[in-house]
Design a protein around this ligand. Structure first.
Ligand code: ZN
Length: 186
């Protein structure tokens, strides 16, 4: 059975970004991570969260969950923030991009699904950079920045009970397709 580790960014004493109306990134990340796990389970994918409640976990320990379980994929869920409230949109980060084509493929697939399905969310696309939590993961890994909680429009999307579930559905749909493809090709 294929296994995905879903990481809810931040937690405990690390609240992550603070958004509009005092919303804390760690709380949204946990909500989305648990929703993604549940959705993956429904589609026959074994999904393990790095945390199920509000607790602090070091970046290395998050990656270790995926490494110890030899996960097919590690997905870290975050929300963005910026001092300029105009900054908005959805983006996905990949690391090790020179050697990890499958992660880039998945990141592009998710962006191409989220773009048309969540039109209120500006599509910033796939970014490459060195991120500790991705670098420490041995297998394929992506980090999703769901939107800017410091931007009014993104906040409305991210905190709307219907739209955020549609967003999670798009992410789940592409993960399932990507896993299916890898199963056939391996
Ligand atoms: Zn974050």
């Amino acid at each position: 059975m294929q296994l995905v580790v879903v990481d809810a960014g931040h937690g405990g004493r690390d609240s992550g970004a603070v958004g509009m109306y005092g919303v804390l990134e760690k709380d949204l990340n946990l909500k989305y991570a648990m929703a993604l796990c549940e959705s993956l389970h429904k589609f026959g994918v074994y999904a393990v969260p790095t945390r199920r409640d509000d607790r602090f976990i070091a970046l290395e320990d998050r990656a270790d969950v995926a490494n110890v379980l030899d996960a097919d994929l590690f997905v870290s869920i975050h929300c963005n923030a910026f001092h300029d409230e105009q900054a908005n949109g959805f983006e996905i980060w990949t690391s090790k991009h020179d050697i990890d084509e499958p992660s880039c493929d998945l990141a592009n697939m998710i962006c191409n699904d989220v773009g048309p399905n969540i039109p209120n969310l500006r599509m910033r696309g796939v970014k490459h950079g060195r991120l500790v939590v991705l670098d420490k993961t041995i297998g394929h890994s992506i980090l999703i920045e769901c939107g800017f909680i410091t931007n009014e429009d993104d906040y409305d999307v991210l905190c709307d009970d219907y739209i955020y579930k549609e967003l999670i559905k798009s992410i789940r749909r592409e993960i399932v397709l990507w896993l299916e493809d890898r199963k056939q090709n391996n």
